[in-house]
Design a binder for this molecule. Sequence first.
Ligand SMILES: [Zn+2]
Length: 318
Amino acid sequence: MRKGWVTLVVMVGSVATLSAQISKEAIHLTPNGKGWGVETEVPREGGTFGNKPATTNGIGYHGGPVMHANPVNVYFIWYGNWTNGPKPSDSQTTVNLMDALFGPTRGIGGSSYFKINTTYSDMAGYATGNIALLTSSTNHYSRGKQLADSDIQNIVSSAISSRALPRDANGLYYVLTSSDVAETSGFCTKYCGWHTSSTIGGTNIKFAFVGNPDRCPSACEMQIVSPNGDSGADGMASIMVHEASEAVTDPDLNAWYDSLGNESADKCAWKFGPVTGTLGHGAYNQTFGTYNWLIQMQWENSRGGGCDKALGGKFYLQ
Ligand SMILES: [Zn+2]
């Protein structure tokens, strides 16, 4: 089965100057041996190289900050129609599942999985292993159904300026679009989600886009029959966690990535390790609270580096 594109591509070059967006032509595709297209960035230049020594764990440090907040506060912006949209997953069921996944207790925050991120650091110390949903808001198609990257930032900015959500430098804001919404820079064709940061209202704001992958299951979902019986939500879960880990380890796109421009979770994209059950039939590889999830692994920046499902756990190639 063709499995689409890697989940994460970030194109914005630097923190404060969103206008310095790298052209799409700068993207190149490399085969990953599975017939999937893996989109990579050209190596980003610059960054202020700190005096942190280079590691031998397959990923390099480029001087920028990681996120330390305990927890990183998550804000959801449910864009479009998440009540009764065109797909069954455009529904409150999906909202509830994501609320559980990022909930303050029994979600990914503080899990052994998310603690993999504590193997990353900057000069101020280790990255956080904790993340938790604080507040959500909704947006009923304020920018229509064809969104550009700039619309995503505008949606975040509007949520903050209208005080629907707080302005939080320790936050991660997700713009989550229902299945009838296109992100025209390449959702479903080049990526399934992305993250970046920008200065909004004088504050460095980290934000991510993740669309309902039921818009393009063959590209952005590992399985249609999924652990929680909601293919859109289960597909989003893996993508959203991927973006969360990368926002923590590389929030401004100038901290941790490898020589190909792959950030931490990119190195384990679509790799799940051993699963319970059978892929395609509701398989899962993580349990948080009462929910089972199929979540792609994260790159551990220790012990030589590798993809694992839990801090200090076994490394897996697939
Ligand atoms: Zn990524």
